[in-house]
Design a protein around this ligand. Structure first.
Ligand SMILES: Cc1cc2nc3c(=O)[nH]c(=O)nc-3n(C[C@H](O)[C@H](O)[C@H](O)COP(=O)(O)O)c2cc1C
Ligand code: SF4
Length: 491
């Protein structure tokens, strides 16, 4: 895809008989519509940064030979860090270890539909319980959305079932949260499992049309899903329903569910005010059930075992300073120490900081290694569970740099709609850069006021969540902020 040159953009507008500015407005929002297909995109997210991405970027720029080379935010391949995308090819090449994860649930590999059916695939869909039973089982399982917000899945499904037809189902496969690779693992390894979960959701909601909104950078997942959807169609599993893939164009914010709907409707991916929630007013104004890839992939197992008996598990992406970065299935109350030592092969160096669940989840000190990673337990540490994208940073990587990179990420990826988010993230990034240089750009009190304003008045989770890592750093590394002066009483 891309680039849509100004001439092409004008031609599209003329052809569609709409204002040229309308097309330009959309094109300018999405990085994949602006940059040539063969561009080299070097990931400069925190994990890649910590493992030498800036050197990779410099090397690629030196050898560019006329091909554009860009530093980009998380490419969703943190297990391979430092990583880049050359055109649509990931480097280094993706490899999976034979023993990746336990084989209880989402791990393993289904090459074809026959493999999946040999493991009992589509039995649940064939014999689907009544909608009320499904809601009961989901509630009993305790499943909460694994896209990051953690909303109880049973309650969301119940809400959609109360709304009038027609209804839609959308799978959120945008996975842009730094450190998060789990949905990619599911789609590349077990695409049929996610699709069975999606078809269960469609049958439950009485939706005739379902969509998978997939991030552009996931070429392998796209190929696997395309093949899987074709096989399902041929096998008759899609009779009477349509399943369509919508490929994003390189904007992290489109993972936010209402921004995703805007994007699907052909506009800039800018979040909508909630309420109304997508379950009431979603795609094309109709009630829409939106779930994350992993959330849906757990649903066949929940309905098979019954909600009470389901071992409350989730997929943990573990990357950074560990011997075997990857994606591991483990209970929701696993500790960081167990994830790192028993699943990810142990730390490569002394640990200095851990990000437990993606950029906005906050930053933890090594003292938290034995805390269970449940939402409730993490609240006491002033951090969130987010998308379970655990990033482990060595002591040699300065927490100030980690924080500066995180705030840069938010500043780059803000859709710019709300002033506190647009200005606040830039301001915090500037403050941290100045601190790294030993300079003071604002007082601690001012910084806290900015963070309060961002949390209270931004309209979506990006601006509301961005203060978390700053506040965690104030609490766990106060010495870094000593040059800013005394904290206010509110800190
Ligand atoms: C800035 C931002 C980015 C998000 N990115 C994703 C994403 O990439 N994938 C995802 O499933 N949910 C993402 N979410 C959460 C979605 O808005 C939504 O809660 C989720 O798709 C609902 O599915 P679930 O209940 O199964 O988690 C994001 C939220 C925010 C605020
Ligand atoms: S909080 Fe930030 S990302 Fe979210 S709508 Fe406002 S400006 Fe856009």
């Amino acid at each position: 895809m891309g680039p849509l040159t100004p001439e092409l953009s004008d031609a599209v507008a003329d052809h569609m008989n709409i204002r040229r500015g309308e097309v330009h407005e959309v094109v300018s929002f999405y990085s994949f519509l602006r940059v040539p297909v063969d561009a080299v995109r070097v990931c400069i997210g925190p994990v890649c940064d910590c493992l030498g991405a800036k050197d990779v970027l410099a090397r690629e720029q030196e050898q560019a030979n006329g091909v554009p080379v860009l530093g980009v935010e998380c490419l969703g391949h943190c297990d391979l860090a430092p990583v880049l995308l050359r055109g649509d090819t990931v480097e280094p090449e993706v490899t999976y270890r034979a023993n990746d994860g336990p084989s209880t649930g989402l791990a393993g590999w289904d090459e074809t539909l026959a493999d999946y059916e040999a493991r009992g695939g589509f039995e649940v869909l064939r014999d689907l319980p009544a909608p009320e039973r499904i809601v009961e089982e989901l509630k009993a399982s305790g499943l909460t959305g694994y896209g990051g917000a953690g909303f109880p899945t049973g309650i969301k499904w119940e809400a959609v079932a109360r709304e009038p037809h027609p209804r839609y189902v959308v799978v959120n496969a945008d996975e842009g949260e730094p450190g998060t690779i789990k949905d990619r693992y599911v789609m590349e390894r077990r695409p049929y499992l996610m699709l069975e979960g999606m078809l269960i959701a469609m049958r439950f909601a009485g939706a005739e049309h379902g969509f998978v909104y997939l991030r552009e950078e996931y070429g392998t997942a796209r190929a696997r899903l395309t093949q899987a959807i074709d096989e399902l169609r041929q096998a008759g599993h899609l009779d009477g329903v349509a399943v369509e893939m919508v490929v994003g164009a390189g904007a992290y914010i489109c993972g936010e569910e209402t921004a995703m709907l805007e994007s699907m409707e052909g506009r800039r991916g800018m979040p909508r005010l909630k309420p109304p929630f997508p379950s009431e007013v979603g795609y094309l104004g109709r009630p829409t059930l939106i779930n994350n890839v992993e959330t849906l992939a757990h649903i066949p197992a929940i309905l098979r075992t019954g909600g009470e008996a389901w071992p409350h598990v989730r997929l943990w992406s573990v990357s950074g300073a560990v011997r075997e970065p990857g994606c591991y299935e483990a209970p929701v109350d696993v500790t960081l120490r167990r994830l790192i030592d028993e699943h990810a092969g142990g730390a490569t160096e002394e640990i200095g900081a851990i990000v437990p669940g993606g950029a906005a989840s906050g930053i933890l000190p090594p003292a938290a290694l034995d805390a269970p990673l449940t939402r409730d337990a993490l609240r006491e540490w002033d951090v969130g569970a987010g998308s379970a994208g655990v990033q482990v940073f060595p002591k040699s990587y300065s927490p100030l740099r980690l924080l500066a990179e995180t705030m840069r990420f938010f500043a780059e990826e803000s859709c710019q709609k709300c002033t506190p988010c647009r200005i606040g993230n830039r301001g915090m990034h500037h403050l941290l850069q100045e601190l790294e240089r030993g300079r003071v750009a604002m007082s601690r009190e001012q910084a806290e006021e900015w963070l309060d304003a961002m949390a209270a008045t931004s309209i979506c989770g990006l601006g509301q969540g961005a203060p978390f890592p700053m506040r965690a750093a104030f609490r766990y590394w106060p010495e870094l902020f000593a040059p800013l002066g005394e904290p206010s009483r509110m800190a």
